[in-house]
Design a protein around this ligand. Sequence first.
Ligand code: DP6
Length: 422
Amino acid sequence: MRGGSGFLFDKSADYLNMLESSHQNLAMVTCTAPVNIAVVKYWGKRNEDLILPINSSLSVTLHQEQLKTTTTIACSRSFQQDRIWLNGKEEDISCPRLQSCLQEIRRLARKRRNTGDPTSDISVVSHKVHICSVNNFPTAAGLASSAAGYACLVYTLSQLFGVEGELSTVARQGSGSACRSLYGGFVQWKMGERSDGKDSIAEQVESESYWPELRVLILVVSAEQKSVGSTSGMHTSVETSQLLKYRADVVVPCRMVEMIRVIRQRDFPAFGELTMKDSNQFHATCLDTYPPIFYLNNVSHRIISLVHRYNQFYGETRVAYTFDAGPNAVIYTLQEHVPEFVQVVRHFFPSEANGSEFVRGLPACSADLSEELKRDLNMEPTPKGIHYIISTKAGPGPCVVEDPNHHLLGVDGLPKKNEVSD
Ligand code: DP6
C-alpha cells in the first residue's frame, strides 16, 4: 500500500497507460479509506444540497487494519453505463449524493485538461465507470460506514482520473463526515462561511503518530431497532432545536479551539472530558429536537455510568465515551488502561463469546480486577449487553492498493465471484 495524505500524486499518462489492461482498454484502481469518530460532533446543515454544516467538527481517524472500506473503480470505453456494487449487491447509481461526487470529480478532471496539463490522459474521463466497494467490518455492527465509503469513492475516482489537490469538498458532498476520512490522525472540518462551500474543508490537525498511546475501543451494543438516520435526524434538529443553535453559535467555536489545544498537549484528562461533554450535548440536542430523537439505549446509559464511576474511583479521567447516531459506545483511553478497562467491561457486560471473540483487533492483555474496584463500581451486571469490542487506534488516511490481486473487479469489469451476492 502507498500512503496518500497530501494528495500530490505523480499521475502521469504512463501510469494510466500501464493501468489500461489489454482487455477492453480497462483502467482500474483500488484504494482503501478509514472510518472516523468525531470528538466534536457535526450535527446540522445550513445547505442540504452542498452539505454545508452549521458548526465545525473534529475527529480521530481509526486504523484501517480494523475498519476500512476498499473500493475498486474501473473505466472503459466499452462500458455502457456507470454501475455500483456495495458489499456484494448492485445498487442504484442514480442516488443524488453518488451523482454529486461523480460529476464533481469528472468536472475537476476536465478542468485539469483545459489548463493544458501535458501529463493528463483525459480520454478516460468520458468513459463510464464500474465501482465495487466492500467494508471489512459487518454492516450489522451499526458503525457508520458512509464516511469511509464516500471518502474511498472520491479518493479512488481521483486516482483513476488523475485529479490532484483538495478533495474534501467533493467527499463532503457524499456525506458530511466523509470529508474527515480523507486524512489520517486528528482531523478538523472547518465549517467555512462561503455559500458555495469552497471553504468548507477538512484539514489534518496532527498525524496518526502524534499521540501513539491513544487507544480506541468500540463497544458494539445490541440494538433492538434501527435508529433515525443522521441526515433526517439533523434536519429535524435544525428545524426545531434551540439548543442546537446555541451549541453551533456559542459552544462549538470555543470547543474546537480547546480540543485542538488539548490534543496538541496530549492532555488525556482534558481531551476525555471535552469528548464526553460534546457527546452529551449532541444527544441533548437530539432530546431537544421535536419530536425527540433517542439514539442511546439502556446499555449505552450503563456504559456512561460505568465510565464515570471508573474515573471517579481513580480520581482522574482515564477513559472517555462518545456516541454517534446509534447506541454503540466508542471509548477513548490510553494504552496503559486498556487491559483493566476491558476487564471491567467483561465483568459488567458478561458475554458468551470467549476471549478472542469478545475483543477483536489490537490485542488487549488480561488484567485482574481488585475487589475494591468491583465494589466501588457498584453496578448490576448486564449479560449480553455488549456483543463484542473492536480494539483499535488512530490510523492513516486513504491508501492506494498496488497489488492487482486485490482488485474487487475482474478484467471483464464485473465484480469477482466472491464479491457479489444475488
Ligand atoms: C453523529 O455525515 O452521516 O456521526 O452529512 O447527512 O451524510 P450526512 O451525515 P453524516 O453525519 C454524522 C453525524 C455524527 C457526528 C459526526 O460524525 O461528526
